[in-house]
Design a protein around this ligand. Structure first.
Ligand SMILES: O=C(CO)[C@@H](O)[C@H](O)COP(=O)(O)O
Length: 268
């Protein structure tokens, strides 16, 4: 079981448990990006449920990471993997078509494997949030809205019912390896209490010693970069985080949670 460092350990009331699937998505931002496909495969074999792909344009955030071409190439290596694309870019509307190149559908389940998440801070001041939600859907991708720490959760209210996922940033976006902002859990609780079935993702500073806070607040999609790629035992870190969501979010008993270690067939 994961241990929280210094945060409230208040247990979650049974009525607050949710049925959303616990999923762990390593952020590849801090992996050896010269071997992106291999590094992605390493995390998937270690138990990752999806890949979180951080796209940075040097404008919305100072850093530049990679873009849609790299993601389309990555798709050739991982045709059955869910790509959760987090666009930290100033003009997401200009990227929709290019990202659709990496679209895929799982051949067995029919599940859409491509999610396009953009920041409301980039679009709301220009009155484009709804337009981009519609554009992403038109291009056949799942759509999500991301929220930076300084932005109040109420800004998402008009869109919450429409999006597939809400991404709550638990650090200031821009780089990996920062400290988890536990006060962002209020936003997670806000969304979970109103939308029991919504995918809620947390991103930034999530590690084995902070994940319990996110799990207790109701997040079911856990992004972790350095907490996965910069630890000795990647599989143990992923399993520990997943078990935290199953225990504190889904309310499963210790006997029913996922095993601490297994080899996953990433092509299955
Ligand atoms: O979007 C971002 C940062 O902007 C994240 O996805 C980070 O890359 C996560 O890294 P850690 O905080 O888990 O190290």
């Amino acid at each position: 079981m994961a241990v929280s460092a210094g945060y409230s350990q208040a247990s979650r009331p049974a009525s607050a448990f949710h049925g959303c699937v616990a999923k762990i998505g390593p952020s590849v931002l801090d992996c050896d990006s010269s071997m992106l496909a291999t590094e992605a495969g390493r995390a998937l074999r270690a138990g990752a449920d999806y890949l979180h792909l951080d796209v940075m344009d040097g404008n919305f955030v100072p850093a530049i990471s990679f873009g849609p071409k790299v993601i389309a190439n990555l798709r050739l290596h991982h045709p059955k993997v869910f790509f959760d694309c987090h666009l930290m870019v100033q003009k997401p509307e200009e990227q929709v078509e290019a990202f659709a190149e990496a679209k895929a559908v799982h051949p067995d389940t029919g599940k859409n494997l491509m999610q396009f998440i953009f920041h409301i801070e980039a679009t709301e001041p220009r009155g484009l949030t709804q337009t981009i939600i519609d554009l992403v859907r038109k291009h056949g991708m799942l759509v999500g809205l991301a929220l930076s720490p300084a932005t109040p959760i109420e800004q998402l209210e008009p869109y919450l019912h429409q999006v597939d996922v809400v991404l709550i940033l638990t650090v200031v976006p821009g780089k990996g390896g920062q400290s988890f902002m536990v006060d962002m859990m209020e936003k997670v609780r806000y969304v979970r209490s109103r939308y029991p079935d919504k995918e809620i993702e947390v991103d930034g500073g999530v590690k084995v010693h902070t994940v319990d806070e996110a799990a207790k607040a109701g997040a079911n999609m856990i992004v972790s970069g350095t907490g996965v790629y910069k630890v000795d035992d990647m599989a143990l870190a992923i399993a520990t985080m997943k078990r935290s969501v199953e225990l504190y979010g889904n309310g499963l008993s210790e006997e029913k949670v996922s095993p601490l270690r297994y080899d996953k067939d990433i092509f299955g």
